[in-house]
Structure formats: C-alpha cells, structure tokens
Design a protein around this ligand. Structure first.
Ligand SMILES: Nc1ncnc2c1ncn2[C@@H]1O[C@H](COP(=O)(O)OP(=O)(O)OP(=O)(O)O)[C@@H](O)[C@H]1O
Length: 265
C-alpha cells in the first residue's frame, strides 16, 4: 500500500527559477493496484516517482509505504521497498558485468554485499528459471556481459531485477519509451505478467494513451503538478482515447504534449 498526502515539491525555491513541480498531491494505492500515469511535458510525473523513491526530499506532505512513514528516509534505505525501471535501458544494469552478476546484485538489494557476493547453486537455478520467463534464451547466457545485449533484452532483465525481491512498490518511468514498438510490447506484456503474478503495487508513467488504457486497473492524469483526473476499475475499462483527449482539452492546451498525441496513433 502506498499513501501520499498533500505532497509539495518546489525546485530552486526563492530564486527566479523557482518551480513548484508538485502542488499538493494526494494518492492512495491499495496493494496490487496497477496505476498508469499520463500527462504532458513538465506535468510532474517523474517528480512524483522521484519523490516516492526519495531521490530528493519533499517540501511538504507525507509518504507511507505499508504504513511505514518513509518521508524522511534516505533513498538507499527506501530502496528495500522499491523496484524501479527507467526509460534508458543502460541505467538499470551494469554493462561491464555479467548477467548473473547483475542478478546477484538484485538479490542483495538493500543488504550489505560483504563476503556474501559468492554465487550459490540454488540461486543459479532460480536465475535460470526467472530468465526463461522472458522467452529470450538468456537462461543459457548467464555469463554473458550485459553490455552485449540489446536494449529490449536489458530492459527485460532490469524489470526482472526490479521485481526479483518482491518490492512493495514498483515504479516504472516510461520504461518502454526507448524501445522499438515490438520490443516495447513484449516488455509491457512482461510487466503485466510480473505485476499480476506478484500482486505488485505499481505506478507506470507512459506517454502512450492506449497503453495507459490497456494496462492497469487505475489511471491518473497529471497537469501542472496536480492530479486532475483519477479513474479506476470498471470506469477505467470503459474509457477511450477520445475521453482522455477531452479531459486534456479541459485542462488547457499545454496539458497535452506532442509525444502523447503521437502515442494515440
Ligand atoms: N531535478 C530537478 N531540478 C529542477 N527542476 C526540476 C527537476 N526535476 C523536475 N524539474 C522541473 O519540475 C517540473 C516537472 O518535471 P517532471 O520531470 O516531473 O515532469 P514530467 O511530467 O515527468 O515531464 P516529461 O514527460 O517531460 O518528462 C518541470 O518544470 C521540470 O523542469
């Protein structure tokens, strides 16, 4: 369960560049909620995810994960509750390390590495089983360097790593935006599978309105640091791209970015 109450974040406070990126966000996700996040450029989507992950402190408000107040908890400590995947496939994995070494790091998330770096046989079997889920044949290439893999392969492994130790919250920041359409679809299908298999509480930013409608049981639309529309369950299932475009129209011409319009084609 994730609860965000009255969250405010202002960058460059007190300077001429002052920018309030989040203007009092309230959001509660129940366990297993899969919430897609849409909004135009600068709406505050990434700032919302970064605030939850603890990349920077927020100015006001409270963030709780399973009733634990993490508002002031350092990012590295919060990491034990959170799995994250970013847009850039190069960010989530270490390119100069082997697949298996990357997976070991994921297994030790939030723990000290120390001498326990060594690879156990039981882990190898577990890794092979998880990699086989991807259907990419990577279970036979445990010692391959991550840097030799394609963007889609790396992003699939990043997703696997982010969910390997079941995170309380999974944060996906346009994690398929840099992939070709076919690979993006595969990674989205994998996302859905992992989220439902582990009943993960998930926030997924996307600029693709169709994907925002197709995936998840909830959708929030952001504009100028606020959640301007929040829909779930049956009501979300009935929603169309046209409905979303109308909501954006009400919010004003800057609410919708060109990328989002392209994402409807
Ligand atoms: N680390 C930062 N330092 C200063 N300003 C920032 C920072 N991160 C975000 N901002 C500003 O906060 C506002 C919200 O940005 P944010 O990246 O959250 O928007 P977004 O909805 O994710 O947009 P996009 O879809 O373009 O990535 C923007 O005006 C942005 O310039």
């Amino acid at each position: 369960m994730l609860e965000v109450k009255n969250m405010v974040k202002t960058f460059f406070k007190g300077t001429i560049n002052e920018k309030t990126a989040l203007q009092g966000i309230n959001l509660r996700l129940e366990e297993g909620d899969f919430c897609t996040v849409i909004g135009g450029n600068g709406a505050g989507k990434s700032t919302l995810l970064n605030s939850i992950a603890g990349v920077f402190p927020v100015d006001e408000g409270q963030i709780t994960i399973n009733d634990i107040d993490v508002t002031k908890m350092a990012e590295y400590k919060r990491a034990k509750y959170i799995g994250r995947v970013f847009q850039d496939p190069m960010v989530g994995t270490a390119g100069n390390m082997q697949i298996e070494e990357n997976l070991i790091l994921a297994m030790r998330r939030g723990k000290r590495l120390g001498l326990k770096w060594a690879f156990k046989d039981s882990e190898q079997a577990f890794f092979k089983e998880r990699l086989a889920l991807l259907g990419l044949g990577l279970e036979e290439r445990l010692s391959a360097r991550m840097g030799l893999l394609s963007g889609g392969q790396r992003q699939s492994i990043t997703l696997l790593m982010a969910t390997m130790l079941r995170p309380e919250i999974l944060l996906l920041d346009e994690h398929t935006a840099a992939l070709d359409p076919k690979t993006a679809e595969n990674v989205l299908q994998l996302t859905e599978k992992l989220v439902s298999e582990h009943n993960l509480t998930t926030l997924m930013i996307t600029h693709n309105m169709r994907d925002a409608l197709r995936f998840g049981n909830r959708l929030i639309m952001m504009d100028a640091g606020r959640i301007i529309y929040d829909v779930k369950g049956e009501e979300k299932k009935k929603l169309t791209v046209q409905d979303l475009l109308e909501k954006f129209e009400v919010a004003g011409e800057n609410a919708l970015s060109d990328r989002m319009v392209l994402g409807t084609k």
